[in-house]
Design a binder for this molecule. Structure first.
Ligand code: EPU
Length: 338
């Protein structure tokens, strides 16, 4: 285990932003992680956990020991003819894990293909796409307390999953480092193909009786057509959450904006696509030097190269203000500002 000082995090965040960590360490096992957390020399130093960096916006340097979990391994915990229980290390690349499951015929994560980031970061914000959230397949999350290096296994209920939320972003924010995630996957998959784009793409692929591989392929095709590849254009996926507004406010908006889309989430609340609101406010494809709003999906802010986190933050505030002026809805960020 090697601790490096003045370490550039540019290659460790999908926005491609510069940020210098005063100290940086990559841990390859729970034992290494515990060792560093209990080391008296590092005890007083603030700690910052960085997984795949696919949901952060760096606006400054990090005066802390940055810990990058690189714990790998995908192990079978239990299986029968219907189900398989798999535990994956926090440092596994999320998409590689999904591809492993798809290749083996384990169903449940195929709709979450091509999401950037690591297995360990996935439960933090309950990643979701095309009608599936990771909470649908998580059995438990293993995490180590930063304060004393003690390992705890959180059940799905303990994780308090919500829309892009978990206990690790709320009551336990900054207190735990996820080291592994246990999933329950199905050997007799029930496909989730209700999402319009998925149905349409499967039809275009001439697939009538889809397999989990077909669903994964369709999702990959949709994502590639709409979302910028972070390897080419810096971004962190959806920058904002889709806001939930009251049915009353939704009906009032519909009078002024008859085409406004909305999905009922409860008897009283409707979720509105932030991408639609941002596009209607005129931002889609907007470019300001090296940064901008993606031309195919207005919910994604981008760094074309050389942009600064502070400029992206300023742009996000302009977007929030103009959407609020036009629709009376304040967007909240999905990305974590550092
Ligand atoms: N829309 C527009 N203009 C845009 C973008 C979207 O009008 O520029 C409209 C679309 O026409 C559609 C609706 O908004 O009617 C929904 O668009 P889309 O299917 O692209 O999904 P989204 O609601 O914008 C959410 C997630 C994505 C996830 C997709 C698919 C959030 C914040 N985002 O986006 O997640 O991939 O659904 O399930 O919930 C992420 O979290 O980083 C992410 C990419």
């Amino acid at each position: 285990m090697q601790i490096q000082s003045n370490y550039s995090l540019r290659h460790l965040n999908t926005f491609g932003l510069e940020s210098i960590a005063s100290f940086f360490v990559e841990v390859a096992s729970v034992a290494e992680l515990t060792e560093i957390l209990r080391d008296p020399e590092w005890k007083q130093m603030p700690k910052f956990v960085l997984g795949g960096g696919s949901n952060v916006l760096f606006t400054r340097d990090i005066d802390a020991l940055v810990i990058h979990p690189a714990i790998t391994g995908i192990n079978i915990i239990k299986e029968d003819e219907n189900e398989i229980i798999l535990k994956a290390g926090a440092g596994e690349n999320w998409h590689a894990f999904v591809m492993h499951c798809v290749a083996k015929g384990y169903g449940g994560v195929e709709n979450l293909s091509l999401i950037p980031g690591t297995v360990g970061a996935a439960p933090m914000q309950n990643i979701g796409a095309y009608g599936v959230e990771i909470k649908d397949v998580v059995q438990s999350v293993e995490a180590v307390a930063i304060a004393d290096g003690k390992t705890t296994v959180f059940s799905k209920e303990d994780c308090e999953f919500g829309y892009r939320e978990s206990v690790f972003k709320k009551a336990l924010k900054g207190q735990y480092i996820v080291t592994g995630v246990t999933f329950v996957l199905s050997k007799k998959p029930v496909l989730n193909i209700g999402y319009g784009d998925v149905q349409k793409t499967l039809a275009e692929m001439n697939v009538t009786n889809p397999t989990i591989k077909d669903v994964s392929d369709a999702v990959i095709q949709i994502r590639r057509s709409k979302l910028p590849d972070p390897a080419q254009i810096g971004n962190a996926g959806s920058f904002f959450k889709n806001p939930e507004i009251s049915s009353g406010q939704y009906e009032a908006l519909k009078t002024s904006f008859p085409t406004i889309p909305g999905y009922r989430v409860s008897d009283t609340m409707v979720k509105v696509p932030a991408g639609w609101l941002i596009e209607q406010a005129g931002w889609k494809g907007y470019r300001e030097g090296t940064i901008g709003v993606h031309e195919k999906q207005a919910l994604v802010l981008v760094n074309y190269g050389g942009g600064e986190g502070t400029d992206i933050k300023a742009l996000s505030e302009k977007v929030q203000d103009s959407v609020e002026t036009k629709f009376g809805v304040r967007l909240s960020a999905e990305v974590n500002f550092i």
